[in-house]
Design a protein around this ligand. Sequence first.
Ligand SMILES: C[S@@+](CC[C@H](N)C(=O)[O-])C[C@H]1O[C@@H](n2cnc3c(N)ncnc32)[C@H](O)[C@@H]1O
Length: 852
Amino acid sequence: MAPNPRVAKAFRAMKVLGVAEEKVKPVLKNLLKLYEKNWALIEEENYRALADAIFDTEDAETAAHKKNTEEEKTEGDTQVHDEPERPLKRLRLRHQEGQVSDSSPSFGATPSKRAKVGDAELLETHPEQQSRDILRSPQPDFEDERTEIQPLTRNKGKEPVSPKSFAVQGSCDKSQPAAADRIQPDLGKRTQSNSVSYPMQLRDRGKEPILPQIDSREKRTTSERASLSLRFKEPKVEPGIVLLPKKKAPNTLALIRPKDEPVTDDTSQFEVPIAVIHPEALPNGGSSIGNGSIVESDGPEPVASQSEDGQDEPDGIPGLSSEIRPSSELAIIPDESTSKLEIASLGEVKISLSCDSALKRPDFHMPSLDELLKSVEDRCLRSYKILDPNFSLMKVMKDMCECFLELGTDSSNEPQKTINVTPPIDLLKKHCAVDAVGTSGLASSPLNGAINIQCDAEVALPQIPRLPPPCSSMDDLAKPDKTSGGDDCQTEKDTEQNGGDHTNSSSLVVVEQRQFTADDIRSLHDVYDIARGQERMTISLVNEVNDDIPPSFHYIPKNVVFQNAYVNFSLARIVDDSCCPTCFGDCLSLSTPCACAHETGGEFAYTSEGLVKEELLEECISMNRDPEKHCQCYCKECPLERSKNEDILEPCKGHLVRKFIKECWWKCGCNKQCGNRVVQRGINRNLQVFMTPGGKGWGLRTLEELPKGAFVCEYVGEVLTNAELYDRVSHSSSKDKHAYPVLLDADWSSEGVLKDEEALCLDATFYGNVGRFINHRCFDSNMVEIPVEVETPDHHYYHLAFFTTRKVEALEELTWDYGIDFDDHEHPVKAFQCKCGSKFCRNIKRSSSKYF
Ligand SMILES: C[S@@+](CC[C@H](N)C(=O)[O-])C[C@H]1O[C@@H](n2cnc3c(N)ncnc32)[C@H](O)[C@@H]1O
């Protein structure tokens, strides 16, 4: 049978040292037994354990043989010859005089303590012997470095070191003071110079030894308050440092104890290293080294940690815990002095999170690793779909920083909570550079990149829901955001007071740290379904163009009344001749259309396929393209002019008298699947929000081919009176842009003088549906808006529904003509520079300086 390749390799390694296979075999066998077949321990440091064990065995055999020979030669002569023992063994034996011998191999009840104590004591007591012993041990790789071992003997067991220490001793600074004279901060400083240089920067905070951290670039892009450090477990040993055994990355000095290693549980007589890990406590390689804390996997409480003055610990034994639980690769090291959370220990690499200012923050608590990982995973699942092409681990790490701080400052009991989040800076960079608030609605402080999020009470939506009482504090206001192309879409949160006390200009302040609701943040990242399940279809969001993240807004599938709008859905208003209570099933299947078709001249507006009939559609299209060819009404007292609050009212500029679709509704006898119920059933097409490549910001596209006349979606938003809208818009900063609101003026002609609360519009800036992403196209847009009467025959309020004007291919952007007059500079919402690309573009020759 072919020998085990690991065995063969061990033989080869020993052969190099001149040890014959037959000598290696029994020792190796024993060693495998001793180490429970953990080859890593044997192979560690070029088979050091094996080599030492072989030499130990040799020594023992030689000694035994000599003794026998001498006994035979000089019977009765009790004089023992002074044949030198192997130093290590001899030292131990001397040291163990008077102690209880323990013949158990290595991992007894407190083996690590014993090992540490034994080694530390040994090293301290007999440095030169230890040095010699090491010189004798078969370490061909480190031959020229062996003299560096000497300082090891000086460690009083206070400083944990890497078990790999011997491999790099040559680089230790001999000029360093003895370990006994040192304090930990020194260690940190010294070891920095020895650290492997990775894309991280060392940071000496005086308490954290050996912490290469994120380099300055990364530092700039993460919060200073929650920083991530990726740390290498120090591969080099400092002179005078006690070795710590670990099962996965063992310290051979500790592990290759002879079987008769004396042990004692009475550790109080020994000085013990500050942080000591039982080898069995680290089956998966969890690191024991760091910050004077002990790695612990099961919970956030440290098993043992070092206090400020270096004194430990709950069990009275410095650095030792009475209960040492198994550790995994994930390790938590909460350290109150630094609020550091160790995330992972992967081989020699460690990732940890710290919050520098945690101590100054009364609201900070250390999140558990589980919480943190779950939060990051959730975030990745939601967020990274859009970022696949640019996915990088650093983004995940930055997310970790965010979640860390977010969880650390989260207090679910409080109705108002402040969460500080470090944004994925690269996602926000374009926005942060411009102002304090990003597209996402996340604010990035120029000071520390942190984001301040304010949680308000949940919004409860009644049937025609009214918005909850707005924030009373004007401090909550933040500057609207900017998208790269959608530059007049604003995410400013209106915080008008109850009772019509509207926002005034002094209350709109640009803040460095914007306060947002947790809902704001969550909605930003639900890229799988920005509607969060509120539509029949999921609506994904992708960005294949840049790093912009979706704007902050509340997705609502139906309109909500902001405050003063009069929207009354009363059954009493529906007279019998405007509904079909006697109908059954599908009204479209009737040979004679029911009363609900009256609005459209006795013909239903929809075909049996649910498409708007050609004639109606064409008329609506034409109305947009050639408004002058269609009937316009002029108000006696135009609500638009009135809302300007000027002394002299300007004459009405005219409103198109539009065609309405009247759908069946709940007073009707037909069922929900009735063909005359299309818009009210909501979105039933595969739509996607995407980043347009042409600089228009986000847009909406279809993922399936759409026939002409197909319902796509409604324009959903807050129902505002025009006075409210005027107030809202005109009081925002001149730099800020507002999404183009939609006037519900399709039937203003029929009513004489409209009251303020009856002259309505829709604003989707803060509350809206996918309609808010539809970009404008001059004249030849592929969608047209049609007013739809669903709940009330009263045409003050109606639904504005988009239907395709032609067949639209899958992946085509969906557009509609906003009807913007690019020359109207008096409009409260300033026009944008049109990039519709239409050959009929009304803005094609305009100077860009006119527009924002
Ligand atoms: C209702 S939003 C549409 C979604 C928007 N693109 C976004 O990123 O959120 C309207 C805004 O989109 C931008 N936009 C729409 N159509 C545009 C066009 N044809 N050219 C340039 N910008 C356009 C303008 O900034 C406009 O104010």
